[in-house]
Design a protein around this ligand. Structure first.
Ligand code: CP
Length: 323
């Protein structure tokens, strides 16, 4: 059940190098896989015999757990490695770590790393498939894909939608993956936030730039609200968290002034009361938990396609086939 040329190539490092057709093929492959997580026994033999290492050098809840569920629900054998409990903490390099794992005959590596480019660097040096689970401020492709799937679920199509990414765009790998994916699928994209976190240079990517959140809300069909990444900031990006919330925070009061029914996404983890108020996060505009649910199906699709599965065989595969 393999195609002559894998639809995604060897690795998934970002959405920037993918074509519109490749992105749509991942989203369409995720559709039939959604149902597996709703079953009483959430397991199909699609990746039976594959060994996958989840190598997380930075903290994660959603991405790490979601990859592990996706792998286990497709019957892969999985091993989780965190930097703190591994020989990385004794100074072993990324490549030495990966080559030692390769010596144990693995098939895929899912990697999260604080350095932009780490996933691509590894992909060029090992024969296993490499999936980027977030590298510095470069890309977080599976987050971008699950955001696209969630928007498509709720609005029918991405084409022609106006999507504004609000908040700490400067430090955000999620913003970059969203921008590349949304533009390829025909959305109009804007970014909004303080000039320190949303430099005008983002316009070079083909997006509009707003510095007033009221303007962004007036314009947008969809808001993707980003966390202030306090751990990546030196002092001085925002006057204070309270001021940030007052000027750029997404509140019910602001959404009620919008000319249309706005969909609100957030990749998590949220700083409630900073970039998003609790009544918005838990309210009728929010699809934040739908994003998390879709994350498992999107990651199943990526694993299946990188293993050589054909998009048109995904429906049959979930009823008992192997990739
Ligand atoms: N969205 C996201 O990447 O969340 P985690 O950091 O919890 O994985």
């Amino acid at each position: 059940m393999t195609t002559a040329e894998p639809p995604l190539g060897k690795d998934l490092i970002g959405l920037e190098p993918l074509s519109r057709e490749q992105i749509l093929s991942i989203l369409d492959t995720a559709e039939p896989f959604k149902e597996i997580s709703e079953r009483r026994i959430k397991k199909v033999p699609v990746l039976r015999g594959k060994t996958i290492v989840n190598l997380f050098f930075e903290p994660s809840t959603r991405t790490r757990v979601s990859f592990e569920f996706a792998e286990k629900r497709l019957s892969a054998d999985t091993v989780n490695i965190a930097a703190s409990g591994s020989s990385v903490s004794k100074g072993e390099t990324l490549v030495d770590t990966a080559r030692n794992l390769e010596a144990m005959r693995i098939d895929m590596v899912v990697i999260r790393h604080g350095a932009s480019g780490a996933a691509g660097f590894l992909a060029e040096r090992i024969p296993s498939n490499v999936i980027n689970a977030g590298d510095g401020s470069h890309e977080h492709p599976t987050q971008g894909l699950l955001d696209l799937l969630t928007i498509r679920d709720h609005r029918g199509s991405i084409e022609g939608l106006k999507v504004c990414i609000v908040g700490d765009v400067l430090h955000s790998r999620v913003a970059r993956s969203n921008i590349y994916g949304l533009l390829k699928l025909g959305a109009e994209v804007a970014v909004c936030g303080p000039p320190t976190l949303v430099p005008r240079s983002f316009a070079e990517l083909g997006v509009s730039v707003f510095h007033r959140v009221e303007e962004a809300i007036e314009w947008a069909d969809v808001l993707n609200v980003l966390r202030l990444q306090l751990e990546r900031m030196q002092a001085g990006y925002v006057p204070s968290l309270r001021e940030y919330n007052r000027i750029w925070g997404i509140s019910t009061e602001r959404l009620e002034r919008a000319p249309r029914d706005i969909l609100v996404l957030h990749p998590g983890p949220m700083n409630r009361g900073v970039e998003i108020d609790s009544d918005v996060a838990d309210g009728p505009h929010s699809v934040i938990l739908n994003q998390v649910t879709n994350g498992v199906a999107v990651r199943m699709a990526v694993l299946y396609l990188l293993a050589g599965g054909a998009p048109e065989r995904a429906e049959a595969a979930k009823h008992g086939g192997e990739a």
